[in-house]
Design a protein around this ligand. Structure first.
Ligand code: NAD
Length: 452
């Protein structure tokens, strides 16, 4: 849907008035219309350094060079030269004095960062630290990263942090490509954990990253699910779109556009897990990616909440996901090296007035992926959750004007996200290259202030 303030701010006739009134002037965020490219950083100026004796530098260097970047260390750079991507290996920060490296790296270049720039910090996993101070020093990088995101967000720049285990630095390539790539448009202020708990997949394709994979996206007749189905198909996956029979027309249109197959069923019906499993076994011999996107809200304060609203939300948003996964996993219909992505929500992170039912189910998914991840690791399966913030969909369009206006500005990028932005993160987590990340919940919220 349209963002009136953005339109006014961009029109020569009204831009002056917007400025004069001191209204927010959100930058036009860069988005990729196409799929992944072999060298997405070609033509980009990248500043890469390590603090002290960081252990991730060589892997980071290899990742950015393979992605086609120009490393500014390689040649003298003029003070006017813009920086598109900044990466700091801060894995050696183990005592307070090491923080000086953060200042020394970023302070001189803060005014040279391009609009829609990308910053990635890489820190040691606090749980691997040798002593409490070292653990604290690693954890503190997150505070720095989140604050930097708030300072740079108005320019469309995103700032994220990857905690990386010592034995998982070779898993950073996909992480660098996503978090430093155009696809991370609305992902900022996040901290992901890169570990070696899941065995490496056979191939790590950068282009057509999902070729040969079979994917199920629930609730894909519209909104985020539809955008996700489109994005997965764009990356080469054979997609199956599932939605309720009442959404058949919209579902068929989505399917025709992307060569997907439709499945019409209610995910909360008792026979749905069996029907899904049988469908994939018969058609494809199994499946590789499950995106649990279908979800509903039935908002009421708890005092006014009807029993059936409570049950409906719990059944669709939580119980159905567990039941579908239980069957797909026990019968191994979800193949080895599979991916599961659950759609959580900021409400699940922070809670929300009138959403006790919804927030409980979305928080449950955060706990679910964390608990499932170690259990699925030996099979090479990664499971993660994605928590959208304010996304411009039919749902948010129905909000009262002021609530919507406040909702979409309360983040570092000063605007709402698009369904495609959520689809980008879901797609990344579905790729072989995301094999270092499992059990995490990552927000797509433009670094929303709520619950941050
Ligand atoms: P939406 O309402 O536009 O689409 C949801 C789709 O799920 C619909 O097509 C609907 O028919 C389908 N669905 C609902 N119940 C179903 C069932 N029982 N069986 C099968 N399909 C069913 O929602 P959206 O805004 O695109 O959100 C998608 C997901 O992202 C949801 O899980 C939602 O909770 C989550 N989310 C959205 C936002 C946002 O800002 N839009 C924010 C946070 C989280």
């Amino acid at each position: 849907m349209s963002d009136l303030l953005m339109k006014l701010g961009r029109s020569p006739a009204t831009a002056g008035i917007v400025k004069m009134l001191g209204l927010p002037h959100p930058v036009q965020l860069a988005r990729a219309p196409g799929g992944y490219e072999a060298q997405p950083f070609a033509g980009k100026n990248v500043l890469l350094a390590r603090a002290g004796n960081g252990y991730a530098l060589a892997s980071l260097q290899a990742a950015v060079l393979e992605a086609g970047a120009t490393l500014l260390d390689d040649r003298p750079s003029s003070p006017e030269e813009r920086l598109d991507i900044l990466i700091l290996d801060a894995t050696c920060c183990t005592v307070p004095a090491d923080y000086r490296a953060l200042y020394d790296f970023f302070h001189p270049v803060m005014r040279r960062i391009s609009p829609n720039g990308r910053v990635l910090l890489v820190a040691a996993l606090p749980e691997e630290a040798e002593d409490p101070v070292a653990a604290a020093a690693a954890r503190g990088i997150e505070g720095f990263s989140r604050s930097l995101g708030k300072e740079l967000g108005k320019n469309g720049t995103t700032v994220n942090l990857a905690y990386v285990a010592r034995d998982a630095v070779d898993r950073l390539a996909g992480v660098v490509r996503f978090f430093c790539g155009v696809q991370a448009t609305y992902v900022s202020g996040q901290a992901v954990h890169v570990r070696s708990r899941v065995p490496a997949p056979a191939g790590l394709p950068f282009e057509q990253a999902l070729k040969g994979k079979v994917a199920l996206v629930t609730g894909s007749a519209r909104g985020i699910g539809k955008a996700t189905a489109e994005r997965l198909a764009q990356e080469g996956a054979q997609v199956v779109c599932l939605d309720v029979p009442g959404a058949a027309d919209a579902l068929h249109q989505t399917c025709i556009a992307i060569g997907a197959l439709p499945l019409m069923m209610d995910i909360s019906s008792p026979d749905t897990p069996r029907r899904i499993a049988d469908f994939f076994r018969e058609k494809f011999g199994g499946l590789d990616i499950v995106v649990h996107n279908a979800g509903v809200t039935r908002d009421r304060t708890l005092a006014n909440m009807k029993e059936h609203y409570w049950d409906l939300v719990v059944n669709i948003n939580f119980a159905a996901i567990g039941a579908i996964d239980a069957l797909l996993l026990s019968e191994k219909t979800l193949r080895d090296y599979g991916r599961i992505v659950c759609l959580s929500s900021i409400s699940g992170v922070a809670g929300n007035f009138g959403q006790t039912n919804y927030a409980a189910t979305k928080a449950a998914l955060i706990g679910y992926v964390a608990a499932q991840a170690p259990r699925l690791a030996t099979r090479g399966i990664c499971i993660n959750a994605v928590a959208p913030g304010f996304i411009e969909t039919a749902m948010t369009e129905e909000m009262p004007f002021m609530t919507r206006e406040v909702g979409r500005r309360l983040n570092s990028l000063k605007q709402g996200g698009k369904p495609r932005d959520v689809a980008e993160l879901v797609t990344f987590l579905s790729t072989p290259g995301a094999y270092g990340i499992s059990g995490d919940t990552i927000r797509v919220c433009g670094q929303g202030m709520i619950g941050a």
